[in-house]
Ligand binder design. Structure first.
Ligand code: AKB
Length: 318
């Protein structure tokens, strides 16, 4: 039976991965942690503790006290905010991961931690980006993601810690709005389309990026953690993707449900430069071959679901 500790549980992924793990493994076996106060559903759905992963003693203490055997380490700063606050990004993304790996080594836990398309850079092949390829990112976020991938490989090889991970693309979801990321526009656009019938995009037309709907992102995390280790050639940082599109393609899909929707552009040079350095589309065949990764949602199916869910949710709120 697993005893899972989650860091960054109040973030975009954590707020949906936590209930999914509680459903799979039992609410009492999954402790959510964050530095932020949790929403009621996280607090009431199972154990919750305020824990700062940059504090090595706090992480070690909670792992020991909860008798965790698995850590899902999600606490991290996203790309745009990391560019704005590189010192803090290093502290949260690198010190936080190091502390988690040390606790995992001491208390014999396995670790799932996500990497990102941000681990690639301008010299990486942009189309069908291979699993193993050039990784010379030019953002602080990317630097921490590549270093994190390597650190996880190191802890596996050197200390036998069962580390696993995926390189997530932009994740689109309707529970918690992401902030500080480059792919956030692909979430904001749905909220604004429903509320305002218009959206101003901070990335320019033609900017292709890999994306994934949250239910697939949750499935990827659980499937890679459950994968048969004997079949894994890679361990950390599997490319996983579900779709690739530029902003104008989401707008076309949204217009099928909201015909009066319009989009214009006010490009943010920082986020545009980050997006331009990332792949247009990744090759995720290693994940498909080694642990049977399969996505369910493409752009039309996701758009229908996002519009249905958010129409209901935003109506309730107003
Ligand atoms: C970001 O935009 O920073 C993240 C990511 C792709 O890692 N969503």
């Amino acid at each position: 039976m697993k005893r899972i500790l989650i860091t960054g549980a109040c973030g975009q992924i954590g707020s949906e991965l936590t209930p999914a793990l509680r459903e799979c493994y039992g609410a009492d076996n999954v402790i959510a942690t964050d530095i932020a106060d949790p929403p009621a559903c996280l607090k009431e759905g199972g154990p919750f503790k305020i824990v700062d992963c940059t504090d090595i003693n706090a992480i070690g203490w909670i792992v020991k006290k909860f008798q965790a055997d698995t850590i899902c380490h999600l606490a991290a700063l996203l790309s745009a905010v990391a560019e704005d606050k590189p010192n803090l990004a290093w502290k949260v993304n690198m010190t936080g991961l190091y502390n988690v790996l040390e606790a995992a080594r001491e208390y014999e836990c396995s670790v799932f931690t996500p990497s990102s398309i941000g681990a690639f850079g301008p010299t990486t092949p942009h189309n069908k980006t291979p699993q193993d390829t050039i990784q010379r990112p030019t953002s602080m976020y990317g630097v921490t993601k590549v270093a994190g991938e390597l650190l996880c490989d190191y802890y596996y090889k050197r200390f036998g810690v069962d580390t696993r991970g995926v390189r997530y693309p932009g994740i689109i979801s309707n529970e918690t709005v992401p902030s500080g990321g480059t792919t956030d526009y692909a979430v904001h656009i749905y909220y604004e389309a429903i509320k305002e019938r218009k959206y101003t995009c901070f990335l320019k037309k033609g900017t292709f990026l890999d994306m994934m709907y949250m239910p697939d992102a949750i499935k990827a995390a659980i499937d890679v953690m459950e994968a048969n280790p004997a079949k894994l050639i890679h361990r950390n940082a599997f490319n996983v993707t579900a779709m690739s599109f530029p902003p104008e393609m989401i707008a076309v899909e949204i217009k099928k449900y909201i015909p009066e929707f319009t989009m214009d552009y006010d490009v943010d040079p920082i986020r545009q430069a980050i997006a331009d350095s990332w792949p247009n589309s990744m090759d995720d065949s290693a994940a498909r071959e080694e642990w049977g990764w399969e996505h369910e949602y493409d752009l039309p199916k996701m758009t229908k679901d996002m519009i249905d869910v958010l129409t209901e949710k935003l109506r309730v709120k107003t």
